[in-house]
Write a protein that binds this ligand. Structure first.
Ligand SMILES: C[S@@+](CC[C@H](N)C(=O)[O-])C[C@H]1O[C@@H](n2cnc3c(N)ncnc32)[C@H](O)[C@@H]1O
Length: 135
């Protein structure tokens, strides 16, 4: 399925635009209330990173995870030209596989328009919902 998304981002790299989503704005307010000055945020299914870039601009450290290498390459370029390379790490990974991080690596986990993909509930529940409190 990552081939589908690689193709989609190759055909239209700006398909989700560069403005942050409404969800990211709401999440950023919640993240700002965390008792840490620069929260470490995991952005699952980041795509080309409009929301990852938004979080990074607000001083957060972001790991942008997606299984589309095309999307992540685009995000890396955008982060570089925004001077945010140090605030954003990218990781090519399929969320149906166990997350390659120890517990408590992140202060917050965020996903926008990922859970609406074609997943069996238990593919996500096993790994993601068991490791993060949901809000
Ligand atoms: C609808 S896009 C949303 C992108 C981004 N969150 C945004 O709002 O602009 C869904 C993203 O999820 C990624 N994705 C879908 N299934 C995935 C999986 N199993 N593992 C990792 N990423 C996945 C796709 O590559 C795509 O970038």
């Amino acid at each position: 399925m990552h081939e589908h998304w690689d193709g989609a981002f190759t055909t239209k790299p700006d398909r989700f635009g560069s403005e942050p989503s409404v969800s990211a704005k709401v999440a950023a307010e919640a993240f700002a209330r965390l008792p840490v000055p620069h929260p470490d945020v995991l952005d699952l299914g980041s795509g080309t990173g409009r929301d990852a870039l938004f979080f990074a601009r607000r001083g957060m450290q972001v790991v942008a995870l997606d299984f589309s290498g095309v999307a992540l390459d685009s995000l890396k370029r955008a982060a570089r030209s925004a001077g945010l390379s140090r605030a954003i790490q990218t990781l090519r990974h399929d969320v149906r596989e166990p997350l390659p991080f120890p517990d408590s690596t992140f202060d917050a986990c965020y996903a926008h328009m990922l859970y609406c993909m074609d997943f069996a509930l238990d593919e996500l529940a096993a790994e993601i919902f068991s490791r993060f409190e949901t809000t």
